[in-house]
Design a protein around this ligand. Structure first.
Ligand SMILES: [Zn+2]
Length: 408
């Protein structure tokens, strides 16, 4: 394996990381669903808080929240983001005058911060595997296929090296099979396709009950899943499903801090690595915005589960390097973005990196909590210098105002 880190005159240089899964608006509610409301608190009770926030977003607050989030991502070492955007319409479900208003708010937030974006407008049609209509609080999310394809077309017209569009199904429970087929037939063959899958046991049970197959099993039985597919979470897998995903060259998008926060479960990482599977990371709900924490907890979850150490090895005997290599490799098929010239630099004066040599990446991923990212360059632009994004203060002030508005 090539050395991932190179020493320059000013620091340790590494490729910028891709963040493969984000719902930007959820940054506004991070830390606000941590009180017990019900002894059986679960993903589904968290979702109630999420719906309340989704219900209050406007294009203006969406941009303010997303810009703050993207500043935090860049300062943490992410250079690009896949934005899984499902809050499309006004609260009663009426489209905005410009039906892309919410998506365009995210595009503006990306532009003002300099992060590269794969914009994934989400198709969301039903409230469950049984095809029930969307609930009242899901009215902002819904499209029929025709209007969805029109939105996708509108966003594709904006494509540039730092902005790509992709297709996105919310989940198997939210998009009926014929609609998936229609969308896939209408989009270019190389366009990325993202979907949430097998995140919750309840979802696996519903799929078994109504389709007589587990979600990943059903997807692979019915669709030609290949390298342009990003399967978000894929937490609950059989050995056979694990092997099928790996063989298809699809990417599993793991979001360890969100999956821990929501009590989802643990992905079978060792089996998947043994099968040669592709994977990457996302910060999803933004309970944490740090590639260090995602990669650290990806490994720690496995250690806690197996009561062993040093699970994620393969690309190297170093866990940190194997994790970082996985998070960086093979992403253009699912992002549409070439970020090969983007880099970050770690500050060599960070105490936890003192005297680092070949163990640099392990030290970065596993020691301490101080952010070591000093400089971030994306698309030739120096966006973060001395740990601070160039527009940090103005964007933070606008974010404060937006939060007060959302909580009022
Ligand atoms: Zn998600």
């Amino acid at each position: 394996m090539d050395n991932l880190a190179t020493r320059t005159d000013t620091g340790w240089r590494l490729p910028a990381l891709p963040n493969l899964h984000s719902h930007a608006f959820q940054r506004a509610m991070a830390g606000m669903a941590e009180r017990r409301t019900d002894p059986a608190d679960s993903f589904w009770t968290w979702r109630e808080t999420m719906y309340r926030f989704a219900g209050r977003m406007t294009p203006e607050t969406m941009q303010a929240v997303a810009a703050q989030l993207y500043v935090e991502m860049l300062e943490a070492g992410y250079g690009s983001v896949c934005e899984f955007q499902y809050v499309h319409h006004q609260p009663d479900g009426t489209p905005y005058d410009d039906p892309a208003a919410m998506s365009l708010a995210l595009v503006e937030a990306a532009r003002e911060t300099g992060i590269r974006m794969t914009l994934l407008p989400v198709l969301y049609m039903t409230g469950g595997f049984d095809g029930r209509p969307l609930g009242e609080r899901q009215a902002r999310f819904g499209h029929d296929v025709e209007r969805y394809l029109r939105l996708l077309e509108q966003l594709r017209a904006l494509e540039a090296p730092d902005l790509q569009a992709g297709a996105c199904f919310h989940s198997l429970r939210a998009v009926p099979e014929p609609a998936m087929r229609e969308v896939l037939a209408a989009i270019p063959e190389s366009m990325p396709v993202h979907i949430h899958i097998a995140e919750q046991i309840g979802e696996v049970q519903d799929s078994l009950a109504l389709r007589d197959a587990r979600p990943v099993e059903w997807l692979y039985d019915n669709f030609d899943v290949d390298a342009r597919w990003a399967l978000v979470h894929a937490t609950h897998l059989t050995e056979e499903e694990t092997r099928r995903i790996a063989a298809s060259k699809a990417t599993v998008v793991l979001c360890p801090t969100t999956e821990a926060n929501l009590g989802d479960g643990l992905f079978p990482l060792r089996d998947y690595l043994d099968a040669g599977g592709r994977w990457g990371i996302g910060s999803d709900s933004h309970i944490s915005v740090s590639p260090v924490e995602e990669l650290r907890w990806l490994e720690y979850g496995q250690r806690l589960m197996t009561r062993r150490r040093n699970i994620a090895v393969g690309a190297s005997e170093s866990v940190g390097e194997t994790l970082l290599q996985g998070a960086l490799a093979d992403k253009p098929a699912i992002t549409g973005i070439d970020s090969s010239g983007d880099w970050i630099e770690l500050d060599p004066k960070t105490p936890t990196l003192a005297g680092a040599t070949t163990d640099l990446v392990d030290r970065w991923i596993f020691s301490g909590n101080r952010n070591a990212v000093d400089t971030v360059q994306v698309g030739g632009q120096r966006l973060v210098v001395e740990g601070r994004h160039r527009n940090r203060d103005a964007i933070a002030a606008r974010y404060q105002a937006a939060i007060h508005q959302l909580l009022a």
